[in-house]
Design a protein around this ligand. Structure first.
Ligand code: XUL
Length: 508
């Protein structure tokens, strides 16, 4: 059996798979808002609304709680041979030199938070929702030039770890100097599980603006330009399929075997690529989670000429290209709250009551500063009187704009005949049909909604027990349901696409 963990923005999820029988044997979740509300998941320490940090103790509390819940639910933890994991991308964790000994000596009689709190050199962790580093991005662009994008896969990006580290080093030089190791959320969680500093993989490492995609190692010149002494503070970079280490004896108390091995963790999107069965070229994936992302394997990779998209490592080898939208499910929740409807109305009825592709009713749900396209002044923008419109019109106007934006900003990745869809909103038939129509592509769902946790379990099965990714994908991620595009909507969406582009141009 292999356990996959996904430490995401709003929850920690665990899935146990048995690759021999091809079955998912256990699933558990810790929802941060309901179970761990004492530790904020996304807040601004300085009050700047563009700043978004998490309390890293949240992830420690969640790990203890999830293990306890899995044990209490009778999950077969003693049979788990390998643990894999994924983390929300770009978020960073800052540790002192004492962290090394603390990690190595975790005492099962205590809990993770109490023992690891003294290990942090920075009390908060900037996460992917942070857009507060425009000045640092400009400085990095000036220092490195176009090579930053061609060699790291992305131009300087606000939420990427390099700009975040530069801001911290300038704002709090003493705390930066006291920082011995900077982890991503993924490598931090793997470090806690193994009791040693775990490496970073190229899937998640490429989201830092520090990894050279040609060498798959840290780019010394870019690291030096980002912050002094940075290279010495970074964990090593691991090759695909690498093992981070044996499970720390701390976790035996939950019923794990002392022989359990931990695979190197990756980012949630690279893990989802594996978990949706899209780690080979041909299929695109749309992940409708806290963020909405569009990604696919691209070999050889190319970078986004508009500078919005990214190249990350593919845990199954090679690279993936991705575009990320910040106003994903949180925006859909905002619209549902402000219309006062229930989810069945939002997911189905709203689409039955309104025509597809109305170019005079589009609404950009930029409740938060947007990543794609980059917009720093939040606020909804519509090309009609949004406030006066009935709920069904409001809902379709937002979903149409989300899907049209995805079409426009994923164009650089390619045209796809089939799109795999995952994440919470993939239950919505209205959203699935809109996606199929806007892209004129077949939309496929898979059985497991938490594709990052599933992908993490598959990565563990590959790294620890040698299962190959193709058989894992056929066993765990076959297409379940298919939604075909409606060809009669093509003219309407052609006009809607032009109207969307005009709205985006005038609204920014
Ligand atoms: C990807 C990104 C988000 C986070 C969300 O670049 O910023 O999708 O990974 O967890």
């Amino acid at each position: 059996m292999h356990l996959g963990l996904d430490s995401s923005t709003q929850s920690l999820k665990g899935i146990i798979i048995d690759p021999v029988t091809g079955t998912v044997v256990h699933q558990s979740t810790v929802n941060f808002a309901t179970a761990l509300a004492d530790y904020p998941a996304a807040f601004s320490p300085s009050g700047d609304p563009l700043e978004k940090h998490s309390d890293p103790r949240l992830w420690l509390a969640a790990l203890d709680l999830l293990c306890r819940r899995m044990a209490d639910a009778g999950a077969p933890l003693a049979q788990v041979k390998g643990i894999g994991g994924s983390g929300q991308q770009h978020g960073s964790v800052y540790l002192t030199a004492e962290a090394t000994a603390i990690l190595a000596g975790l005492d099962p009689a205590g809990c993770l938070i109490d023992q690891l709190t003294p290990a942090f050199s920075r009390a908060t962790s900037p996460i992917w929702m942070d857009s507060s580093t425009t000045a640092q991005c400009a400085e990095l662009t000036a220092a490195i030039g176009p090579r930053l994008q061609t060699d790291t896969g992305s131009p300087a990006i606000e939420r990427f770890t390099g700009a975040q580290i530069r801001k911290f080093a300038r704002q709090d030089p003493a705390a930066y100097a006291a920082t011995d190791r900077i982890h991503l959320v993924s490598s931090f969680m793997a470090s806690v599980l193994t009791g040693t500093h775990a490496p970073i993989d190229s899937g998640d490492g490429a989201g830092m603006n520090l990894l050279n995609l040609h060498t798959l190692g840290w780019d010394a010149e870019i690291c030096a330009a980002t912050a002094s002494g940075l290279l010495e503070k970074l964990p090593s970079v691991a090759a695909n399929g690498a093992i981070a280490g044996k499970l720390s004896p701390y976790f035996i108390k939950y019923g794990f075997s002392p022989d359990t091995r931990v695979a190197v963790w990756t980012g949630d999107n690279p893990a989802s690529l594996v978990g949706t069965g899209a780690a080979r070229p041909g299929l695109a994936v749309v992940s409708l989670g806290t963020s909405d992302t569009f990604f696919a394997v691209l070999s050889p990779y190319r970078t986004d000429p508009d500078g919005c998209g990214h190249v990350f490592g593919n845990p199954a080898g090679g690279f993936m290209c991705l575009t990320c939208f910040k106003n994903g499910s949180l925006a859909r929740e905002r619209v549902r709250d402000l219309t006062g409807v229930d989810w069945p109305f939002f997911d189905v009825t709203a689409f039955e009551q309104t025509p597809a592709g109305n170019s005079n009713q589009l609404a950009l749900p930029w409740f938060e500063a947007e990543i794609t396209p980059p917009v720093l002044t939040p606020g909804l923008r519509a090309n009609f009187d949004f406030d006066a419109a009935p709920p069904a019109v409001k809902i379709r106007a937002v979903i149409e704009a989300q899907m049209l934006s995805m079409r426009v900003h994923s164009h650089w990745i390619g045209d796809f005949k089939a799109i795999r869809v995952t994440g919470g909103a993939s239950r919505s038939t209205g959203i699935l049909q809109t996606l199929a129509n806007v892209f004129q592509a077949r939309v496929e769902t898979i059985a497991v909604q938490d594709s990052a946790a599933l992908g993490a379990a598959m990565i563990a099965a590959h790294a620890v027990s040698g299962h190959d990714f193709d058989s894992l994908a056929s066993a765990f991620a076959p297409a379940l349901d298919t939604v075909d595009p409606d060809p009669t909507t093509v003219p309407a969406y052609q006009s809607a696409l032009a109207a969307y582009l005009e709205l985006e141009r005038t609204a920014r």
